[in-house]
Structures are given as structure tokens and as C-alpha cells.
Design a protein around this ligand. Structure first.
Ligand code: FAD
Length: 687
């Protein structure tokens, strides 16, 4: 049996994993990064719109700071997030973006003087100050008070990932691609690495390490319609679940992106709406202002997704062979803008929907026929233009994941997690656009350092015999799949799982359909034990891979569906039609899912309370979505009074915003990251 030893094992070579591996090298650890694909093809490369960091450079970002970023993130999460983690994140993000600039990310920069822009459907001119020339520019994104999303056209993830991957190579990180973690090696409540299958040779090898960090990304592929790549299958965190010790957090918190291309599901970035693009119904009416007068198309993603589907349900979707949809109009931004700042989405719309999204010429006036005349709120109709892009909400992001503490440590000692795979928990029940690549890098820095410190001091006190037992068990499982006399077809099971998730665990959820989903998924899980693999090869065998992956994916699907069934409230992206209010009185908590007995067919759920008395921002109206739609926590008034008293006291003492923050909610963070961020306006005040 082959066993490889290292100090630190990082599973996943996207932004989070690679950044964490650099942290390990910075303290001299021997680190190995494993990835299903060449790391530059990790899903981070698909990120389009940008990365949030409160630099406050551009005209529309003036006055931005950590406090506003924090406020937006907590409201975005519908008060589901860990506010201390949110503080750690917003404080580090400006440092992360500058580090990336140093490593070569070609951030789009400010040009002094006038530039055209579209805001709220109107063409306007923005004048950038001369002293800002050359600094990092940012664009508008949903649910934010300031234009905070820094970008490189609409290929932000691509440039970020290449820069971080180059830096990892520069630090001599050992990267091994086409290697799949299929089990974790653990003993006595402690993790010692992973069992890994070589996707080319089929060989099964033990990777033994002092500490292991999972950065395996999201699990969107348990749904049929998703913006996620095929490698986003959730096998990484399912493997952690299978230890019986590690727990998954808030798995029911699944994000649906409002603007996925119909029918392929490829993303049209939020940057389209951030830059001024608008949504239109079949009559060409701009409908979002009627539903969301404050933020319009730029309310948070959960809200916009719901509004689109509600509008389609009223009969205002455009028909297509792939179902009804609405239109995304970015032609309004002008060809020059689309071809420069949204060139990827321009190309994607052309290739996958045959639409030149910059074309504002008339296609037909037929679409105006039958338009109701008694609905002025939805604005005037407009004849259909050639460049309108067909979109509708589809699965996009996993807020849930492997539950960790603020240092990224899971319930299983020695097992850490960062990035989309983790429930750290920055996003609660809804993530803001631009906060994910930002989280991946920031968590790679913060958690990477905590992980490296753990690996430095940990002992490799595991016997070879136990390691061999784990390798043997995985080997036997593969042999079992290849040689059992089962009758089940893996593709039928997987397809049905995905359909159930789309149909019954989607944007709108309801008790009886969720119950049906859980029952059907449980049945599929039982059937998956009898999958018959026709191709008997132990290598180069996609059918075999799909067989063991599907068994794990079903566990993930069950955690999502069961979590959604039991959570009888609506919070962020989790919308229960039968429980439409956010219920802080009963549900201000985080769902934890575990699988302690390998023979059980449903996850075990428990709940971890969120302490309102420690919150910097007590639960309230988000500023968008339905007003007054929550049941207050019994301690809300008490915490509000406390916050008021602390605020008045600090102000009377002449304290600044940092003093106030520290008094309201102290948080732990490495000093180099906690150091105050300096902005151009701060410098001017000090001049
Ligand atoms: C189309 C699209 C556009 C997006 N745009 C934005 C945006 O503009 N801004 C933003 O903030 N966010 C965006 N996101 C979200 C963001 O890109 C991701 O959340 C983030 O990049 C995830 O990074 P990560 O490092 O956690 O995981 P990933 O980049 O997904 O990397 C996962 C890694 O784990 C490896 N892996 C997985 N399973 C295993 C296994 N079992 N064994 C070994 N290796 C494994 C993979 O090979 C890969 O290397 C977008 C997402 C999508 C789908």
C-alpha cells in the first residue's frame, strides 16, 4: 500500500485552497494540494463579476468602509451569519485585494474625469477625481450601500486564480491534480489525512498529514439546473460527513441566482445589473421597481429570484421551449461598455443562446400584444429588442458546508475547511454577490494561518496499521461497486435526485413537497447501495466514479432537503410558502447535520443557537424584501437597548467608530489582518 506523508494536506486547488497552501509554505511546512482538475480549472476561474472589498476609491464608493460592508453582509445573510466572522472578513478584505494586486491581478482601474454610466435605467455621467486616477475601481452589486465590487472586466475569478496559482508555484507548493479524496483518515476524534484515488490510474493511496484542510468548493450539481461546473458535486464535504464526527452547517441555505442563461444555466453575472442592466417581462416592462422600490434589480439575490418567479407565475414570463423566463437587457449599456466590461457574458450569450447582447435594434412589436392597460406600476411596455437575453433563477451557490469555528476548525480535530465548502459562517442564509471569491481568498489567509499553526504543533501519532485499514476499506468499497449483483443504474438515480431537488427543494418550498422530497431521496439513497457498474475497469472509468460520487451526493441532497423540511420559517434564500415569516423567536440558529452511523439513511439534525446578546447588529428589516415580515426574538428589545446605551457612552467619551465596534462586539483576528485599513479619504483628513 502506498502512503505519502506531509505536514499539511490541502484538498482543493481553487482560490481558498491555494491561498491556504501559501500560508503553510510561509511558515515552512511541507504542503500538498490535491485537485480533481488542473488547479487553474477549479471553479473559482468561472467567477465573473468581482470581489467585494471596501476600498472607497471611486466616486460611487466614497465613504465606504468596513462598517458598511459588515452591515450589508449581515442584512444580506438575513441575520443568519456569524457576525464575528463577518467582522473578521470585512476587516481583511481590503488587505486581500491589495495582496492580489501585488501578485499581478490586473484590477480594472479608475480613469480621472467623466465616464458614462447607467443608473436606474438612466444614462448619467460620473466624474472621477483626479487624485483617484489609477486606483482600483469598483462596480455596483446587489444588496450593497456603496459600489464595492472590484473587478477585472467580467473575468475576475480567472485573473485571481491565475495570480494565486502562480504565487503558490513560486512558494514551491506541491500540487497534484486529477487526484480525488474519497475518504478521510481519522482516529480517536482526530484527522490524519485522506484516502485519495488517482483519477488516471485508479490507484488508491493514503496521504497522511498532521492537519487536513478541505477547500473543495460548492455542491450545486445535486440540482439539475445550476450555474456550477460538473466538479461541484459536494463529494468533499460528504466525505467529511462520513467520518460521523464532522458536521455540516445550514445545508438548506442554497442560493439561486436570478440571471442564469436559459436553457444552459451559464451565469450572466450580477455585474450586468450592477452596471445598469435591467430586467424586462414579456411585454418589455421593467417590473422590478414595482416589487422592490428601494433596490430594484439590485436587491439581494434571494429577493430578486423570488420576484422573477412570482412575476412569471402571474403570466408575464416570455414563452420558450424550455419554460417561461424573463429578459435581461444589457444593450441599454451601449456596445462599447458591453464589449469591454461584460465581454465574457457577451460571448456566452452569443455562443449559447445565439443573442448579441449589445444589439439594441428592434426585433418585433408583437410582444406588446395583450399587455394589460391597468398595471401602470410595472412601467410602460417596450418592443422586443434583438439583444435581450433569456434568463431565469437557477441554483448557484452553497451557503452551507462543513461547519467550522471562526478559526476554520471543524468538529473533527485536525480537519479545517475554507471557501465555499465551509460553513464558517459568513453568509448565513444568503450570500451577497462578490462576497464569495472575497471569502475564498480572505479565508485562505486567516484560516490558512490558523491551519498552518495547528500543523506546526500537531503530532503525527497514528499507527501505519490504522492508515492501512482506511486504504483497505476504500479499496473494498470500489471492488464492491464493481462486482456486486445489484440492478440499479447510476444515471437514473442521479438524474432523479437532481429533478427532485429542482422540483421540490428549489426557490419556493413547502412542507408537504419537502416531505415527499426527503422520502424519495431516502429511497434513492437505499437504491444507490445496489448500483450495478457495467464497466469493470478500475481506472479511466467514469461510470465507477459516478457510482461512488452519487452515493455521497445523495447524502448531501438529504441534508439539504431534511434541513429545509425541519426549518419551519423563511430566512434569506430558504423560502417556506407555508411559513412565510423569518422567525427569530424560534429559528435564530444554525442547523447542524451529521451522519454518525453509516447504516442510517437520513442525517441527524441538531441546532446551534446564535446569541442575539452578542450581536453587533440585532435582527431587523433588511431594507428590501417584504417589510415587517419577521417574528422578533424575545431578547431583541433588551439587546437594542444595550446597543443604544453602549453607543451613547462611547460617543460621550469621544470614541471613534473603531472604539464603538470593539465595545459592541469584540472579535479575535490575527493582528496583521486586524490592523486598520487606510483609505484615500483617511489620508486626506490627516494631511
Ligand atoms: C459562474 C459563477 C460565477 C461566479 N462569480 C462570482 C463572482 O463574480 N464573485 C464572487 O464573489 N463569487 C462568484 N462565484 C462564486 C465563487 O466563484 C466560488 O464560490 C469560489 O470561487 C469558490 O472557491 P473555492 O476555492 O472555495 O472552491 P473552487 O474554486 O470550486 O475549488 C474547489 C477545488 O476543490 C477540488 N475538489 C473538489 N472535490 C475534490 C475531491 N473530492 N478531491 C480532491 N479535490 C477536490 C476541485 O478540483 C477544485 O480544485 C461564482 C460562481 C459561479 C458558479
Amino acid at each position: 500500500m502506498k502512503v505519502v506523508y506531509c505536514d499539511a494536506l490541502v484538498v482543493g486547488g481553487g482560490l481558498a485552497g491555494l491561498r491556504a497552501s501559501i500560508a503553510c509554505r510561509q511558515v515552512g511546512l511541507d504542503v500538498i494540494v490535491l485537485s480533481l482538475v488542473p488547479v487553474r480549472r477549479s471553479h473559482s476561474a468561472a467567477a465573473q463579476g468581482g470581489m467585494q472589498a471596501s476600498l472607497g476609491n471611486a466616486k460611487m464608493s466614497e465613504g465606504d468602509n468596513e462598517d458598511l460592508h459588515f452591515l450589508d453582509t449581515v442584512k444580506g445573510s438575513d441575520w443568519g451569519c456569524d457576525q464575528q466572522v463577518a467582522r473578521m472578513f470585512v476587516t481583511t478584505a481590503p488587505k486581500a485585494i491589495r495582496e492580489l494586486a501585488n501578485w499581478g491581478v490586473p484590477w480594472t482601474r479608475i480613469k480621472k474625469g467623466d465616464r458614462p454610466a447607467v443608473i436606474n435605467g438612466e444614462h448619467v455621467t460620473i466624474t472621477e477625481r483626479e487624485d483617484r486616477h489609477g486606483y482600483i475601481l469598483s462596480r455596483d452589486f446587489g444588496g450593497t450601500k456603496k459600489w464595492r465590487t472590484c473587478f477585472t472586466a467580467d473575468a475576475t475569478g480567472h485573473t485571481m486564480l491565475y495570480a494565486v496559482a502562480n504565487e503558490a508555484l513560486h512558494h514551491k507548493v506541491k500540487i497534484e491534480d486529477r487526484k480525488e479524496m474519497i475518504a478521510l483518515i481519522h482516529h480517536g476524534g482526530k484527522c490524519y489525512g485522506a484516502v485519495v484515488r488517482d483519477l488516471i490510474t485508479g490507484e488508491i493511496v493514503g496521504y497522511v498529514s498532521k492537519g487536513t484542510l478541505l477547500a473543495t468548493g460548492g455542491y450545486g450539481r445535486v440540482y439539475k439546473h445550476t450555474t456550477n461546473a460538473v466538479i461541484c458535486d459536494g463529494v468533499g464535504i460528504a466525505t467529511a460527513l462520513e467520518t460521523g464526527v464532522a458536521k455540516l452547517g445550514n445545508m438548506e441555505a442554497v442560493q439561486f441566482h436570478p440571471t442564469a442563461l436559459v436553457p444552459s444555466g451559464i451565469l450572466m453575472t450580477e455585474g450586468c445589473r450592477g452596471d445598469g442592466g435591467i430586467l424586462r417581462d414579456k411585454f418589455g416592462r421593467r417590473f422590478m421597481p414595482a416589487y422592490e422600490p428601494e433596490k430594484k434589480e439590485l436587491a439581494s439575490r434571494d429577493v430578486v429570484s423570488r420576484r422573477i418567479l412570482e412575476h412569471i407565475k402571474r403570466g408575464y414570463g416570455a414563452n420558450s421551449p424550455y419554460g417561461d423566463h424573463v429578459w435581461l437587457d444589457i444593450a441599454i449599456l451601449g456596445r462599447a461598455h458591453v464589449e469591454k466590461n461584460l465581454r465574457d457574458v457577451h460571448e456566452i450569450a452569443e455562443t449559447f443562446a445565439g443573442v448579441d447582447a449589445a444589439d439594441d435594434s428592434l426585433e418585433t412589436e408583437e410582444n406588446l400584444k395583450g399587455m394589460p392597460t391597468d398595471e401602470p406600476d410595472f412601467g410602460p411596455g417596450a418592443p422586443k429588442q434583438k439583444g435581450w437575453v433569456p434568463i431565469k433563477p437557477m441554483q448557484h451557490y452553497s451557503m452551507g458546508g462543513l461547519r467550522t469555528d471562526y478559526k476554520g476548525h471543524s468538529h473533527l480535530k485536525g480537519l479545517f475547511c475554507a471557501g465555499e465548502a465551509a460553513c464558517w459562517d459568513l453568509h448565513g442564509f444568503n450570500r451577497l454577490g462578490g462576497n464569495s471569491v472575497s471569502e475564498a481568498v480572505v479565508a485562505g489567509m486567516i484560516i490558512g494561518d490558523y491551519f498552518a499553526a495547528y500543523c506546526k504543533s500537531a503530532e503525527l501519532d497514528i499507527s501505519t496499521h490504522i492508515v492501512e485499514q482506511f486504504i483497505q476499506k476504500s479499496h473494498e468499497h470500489i471492488q464492491e461497486l464493481l462486482h456486486n449483483d445489484g440492478k440499479e443504474n447510476v444515471y437514473e438515480i442521479r438524474e432523479r435526485m437532481r429533478e427532485i431537488m429542482d422540483e421540490k427543494v428549489g426557490v419556493f418550498r413547502e412542507g408537504h413537497t419537502l416531505e415527499a422530497a426527503v422520502n424519495e431521496l431516502e429511497e434513492l439513497y437505499k437504491r444507490s447501495k445496489h448500483i450495478h457498474v457495467k464497466n469493470k475497469k478500475t481506472h479511466n472509468n467514469p461510470e465507477l466514479e459516478d457510482a461512488y460520487r452519487t452515493q455521497k451526493m445523495l447524502k448531501i441532497a438529504l441534508c439539504i432537503a431534511k434541513g429545509a423540511l425541519d426549518r419551519t420559517e423563511s430566512r434569506g434564500a430558504h423560502t417556506r410558502l407555508d411559513h412565510p415569516k423569518r422567525d427569530d423567536a424560534n429559528w435564530l440558529n444554525r442547523t447542524l447535520a451529521s451522519w454518525p452511523d453509516p447504516n442510517q439513511t437520513l442525517p441527524t439534525l441538531e441546532y446551534e443557537p446564535l446569541d442575539i446578546m452578542k450581536m453587533e447588529l440585532s435582527p431587523d428589516f433588511r431594507g428590501y424584501g417584504a417589510k415587517g415580515n419577521f417574528i422578533p426574538h424575545p431578547l431583541k428589545e433588551q439587546r437594542d437597548a444595550e446597543i443604544k446605551e453602549i453607543t451613547e457612552r462611547i460617543q460621550a467619551q469621544g470614541g471613534d467608530r473603531y472604539d464603538l465596534q470593539e465595545a459592541l462586539m469584540p472579535f479575535d483576528l490575527q493582528p496583521k489582518y486586524k490592523a486598520r485599513n487606510v483609505r484615500l479619504d483617511d489620508q486626506r483628513q490627516g494631511e
